[in-house]
Design a protein around this ligand. Sequence first.
Ligand SMILES: NC(=O)c1ccc[n+]([C@@H]2O[C@H](COP(=O)([O-])OP(=O)(O)OC[C@H]3O[C@@H](n4cnc5c(N)ncnc54)[C@H](O)[C@@H]3O)[C@@H](O)[C@H]2O)c1
Length: 252
Amino acid sequence: MAKLEGACAVVTGAGRGIGFAVARRLAEEGAKVVISDVRGQEEAADMLAGAGHDVIAVQGDVTSEVSVDTLVDGVMSRFGHIDILVNNAAVAAELKPQPFEELIATDWHRIYDVNVVGIFRMCRAVSPHMRAAGAGRIINIASGAAFKATSGLMHYVASKGAVIAMTRSLASELAEDNILVNAIAPGFTLSERVQASPDLVDAFGKVAVSSRLLKRHELPADIANVVFFLAGPDASFITGQVLAADGGSVFH
Ligand SMILES: NC(=O)c1ccc[n+]([C@@H]2O[C@H](COP(=O)([O-])OP(=O)(O)OC[C@H]3O[C@@H](n4cnc5c(N)ncnc54)[C@H](O)[C@@H]3O)[C@@H](O)[C@H]2O)c1
């Protein structure tokens, strides 16, 4: 039997990129997967359903409490349980590196609203259902950038540092109900949107490969594999941790 047979997983920001790879991997392992995004979710779900997977698309904006509540209520009435939540949605691949002096407070608010408060909104909406079930897995996609002296993306780097801190705090608050919360810190990853941004690839691509022990580009599937591990039965005694999945780049 597939390891996630019968589980219901919600993946935010799964219309493309790393989120899509995660959705595909969880579906391949037998989970029913809810592909949620502000765009691209229907096409992504059609692609996976066409390959025979049990997936549905739901429009979901993590910056809107109404949208998050509608998403979670809809999934609960359709499936009756949410076992796995992957908080992947972020303002990420579309960012252009720039000196911090050029950022304005609005840039910070936008990033924090999606990357940090978005995770809070999703966790707050899902936690009553996981608590009632006495089980759950929450996996937050952070970034190795939070451990490095990454320049040019200060607001993004700070938001991912916040995701790591939140992961620990959430793990502590949810442990009594057997809800395990972990984060993954990927390295620079060639998701579709990153590949389409020569600025990002120039700024970070070569240096990422040369600075890791395993000298190749990181791909969305490398992260999806770790999400599957943290979501599955083999990770049943791991919580509050940050797993650096980056080919041996940061050591913490
Ligand atoms: N690509 C990398 O190098 C890299 C490295 C480390 C961490 N990460 C993290 O991995 C995750 C995915 O990255 P990616 O490269 O696939 O980026 P991406 O920009 O292609 O994907 C982000 C997804 O989030 C969605 N999204 C944005 N705002 C949203 C909102 N308000 N509500 C719901 N969905 C929203 C987007 O539509 C998109 O599908 C992000 O959390 C990113 O920070 C990426």
